[in-house]
Every structure is written in structure tokens, then in C-alpha cells.
Design a protein around this ligand. Structure first.
Ligand SMILES: [Zn+2]
Ligand SMILES: [Zn+2]
Length: 137
């Protein structure tokens, strides 16, 4: 079987009761047009990743539950508003740097992905500077 990259994506989140996150009909409509527009596996409503010789209709477009990892992690983030709406009840954090809302990857995450890289770089430069000045004196 050929290697499928979407299998390496993080697992789908579930509600505290174990059920998958669900979309309202309006949200699914937006999700489906997003999939048609942005999903690299979507070929006119058929999923190329699931194609095993027979065409396979994209299962994500048929259901109100978020069931496709590729959709969840590669397609949905392109519409941040929709993502936030669907995952509204999940813990969102406010970025300590820019004040924007983001979904923390871990409990300790303080910065949105955009800021995290910059903050990390700054902290590294800072600690290198301190180390150097400690050596110089
Ligand atoms: Zn898909
Ligand atoms: Zn930020």
C-alpha cells in the first residue's frame, strides 16, 4: 500500500463526551465549498486519496461530523473563522504577543503559531547575548 501522508497528521479532536465535532448545515455548506476549492485531494467531489481504482466520493462532504484528518488539519485552517466556529467550545487562547485567538497545541503554548517562531528566536538571541556578556566581563 502506498504511503499516505495524511496518516501522519495529529488525531482528530473529540468532545469531552467522546463524540466528534459536528457542523451545522450552514457550516457544512461553507466547509464543502472550501474543500472543493482548496483540498488537493478533491477532484470534483471525489477524494483522490481514497481512490483505489474506483472513484470514491469525499466522505467529509457527506457528513456533518468532522471525519477527515486532511480536511481538519490541512484544509479547514485556511478558513480560520469557520474553524473557530466549529471548535468554538474548545479552549482557545489569546496570544500573549499579538492578542489574537489561537488553538494551543499544548497547555503551555502562550503564543499563536505566527508569533511563536519570532518569540522563540528572540529568546534565543537574548540568552546568547547574556551568555556572551557574562563571558566578556
Ligand atoms: Zn478529504
Ligand atoms: Zn500572536
Amino acid at each position: 500500500m502506498k504511503e499516505q501522508t495524511y496518516q501522519h497528521l495529529p488525531p482528530l479532536e473529540h468532545r469531552p463526551d467522546g463524540s466528534p465535532y459536528r457542523m451545522t448545515p450552514a457550516q457544512r455548506k461553507r466547509a464543502n465549498s472550501l474543500i472543493r476549492r482548496e483540498c488537493c485531494n478533491c477532484d470534483n467531489g471525489n477524494c483522490l486519496a481514497l481512490d483505489d481504482g474506483d472513484t470514491c466520493v469525499c466522505p467529509q462532504m457527506l457528513t456533518f461530523s468532522v471525519c477527515c484528518k486532511w480536511f481538519r488539519w490541512a484544509v479547514l485552517p485556511l478558513d480560520g473563522t469557520l474553524e473557530a466556529e466549529i471548535y468554538r467550545d474548545r479552549d482557545l487562547k489569546r496570544c500573549a504577543e499579538c492578542g489574537g485567538m489561537f488553538v494551543p497545541k499544548s497547555n503551555r503554548g502562550k503564543y499563536c503559531p505566527d508569533c511563536a517562531a519570532g518569540v522563540h528566536r528572540r529568546q534565543k538571541t537574548e540568552s546568547e547575548r547574556k551568555r556572551r556578556s557574562a563571558v566578556d566581563s
